[in-house]
Design a protein around this ligand. Structure first.
Ligand code: FMN
Length: 209
């Protein structure tokens, strides 16, 4: 009976973490202990992966100045991309992964890509693995939920893929056979973003009632 109650409490804990996680874009100037980073990565490693390939690799930045330099360089490449797509592209990009406020912040802030976070984790996978994006997505979600459980905040950074087009890319020592699919930033949060309402009109039951 006691075990059942404990199990129930754990389940609600997991759900709570899922509902409480937000994309956080403001961080305290507080470093993150390496043991905590390791714990978060280990949770990522527990994600399922197609044919159990575990294709992910983690390249980690914790140096403030280096993170800032990467952010600036990636920001420049990303901005060029936005310019190429023209005004329509800008409007679309603001409607897409970013809402308007984020778009304005992106242009205005000094760290437009990594949002001043003390830890950046680039996640790569072999280029030839067709399932890797899905695997890395699951790995990243595990990491973000683990971080939340440990009292940290995170944000997935799709823009990080532009790192490959920057002069700094060679500093990461990522082999040619791999590519960056995503980065996760993490640290102690300094904001509590609103919940974005979730769309509810996306379920189709096929079986008759
Ligand atoms: C694949 C992916 C890429 C993302 N890329 C960025 C990014 O480059 N910069 C950023 O600030 N947020 C990025 N986000 C965060 C989303 O904007 C955020 O998750 C979404 O607005 C929902 O907000 P929530 O996570 O607080 O629920 C990304 C999210 C995902 C899943």
């Amino acid at each position: 009976m006691e075990t059942l109650t404990k199990k129930k409490a754990n389940i609600s804990g997991t759900l709570e973490t899922i509902y409480e996680r937000r994309a956080v874009r403001k961080y305290k100037h507080q470093t993150v202990d390496r043991k905590i980073i390791e714990q978060i990565i280990d949770a990522g490693r527990m994600a399922p992966s197609a044919i159990n390939k575990q294709p992910w690799k983690f390249y980690i930045l914790t140096d403030k100045d280096l993170i800032h330099s990467f952010s600036k360089e990636i920001g420049k490449v990303a901005a060029k991309g936005v310019l190429k797509t023209g005004v329509k592209g800008i409007i679309n990009s603001l409607r897409g992964p970013f809402h308007l406020l984020q778009g304005i912040k992106f242009v205005m802030t000094s760290d437009p890509v990594f949002h001043g976070a003390p830890v950046v984790i680039f996640i790569t996978a072999p280029k030839e693995n067709e399932w890797a994006s899905l695997d890395v997505g699951m790995c990243a979600q595990n990491m973000m939920l683990a971080a939340k459980t440990l009292g940290l905040e995170t944000c997935p950074i799709g823009f990080a893929k532009f790192v490959e087009q920057t002069n700094l890319y060679s500093k990461l020592n990522i082999p040619d056979s791999e590519h960056v699919l995503l980065a996760i930033i993490l640290g102690y949060g300094d904001e509590k973003p609103e919940v974005h309402q979730r769309k509810k009109d996306n379920v189709i039951y096929i079986d008759p009632l």
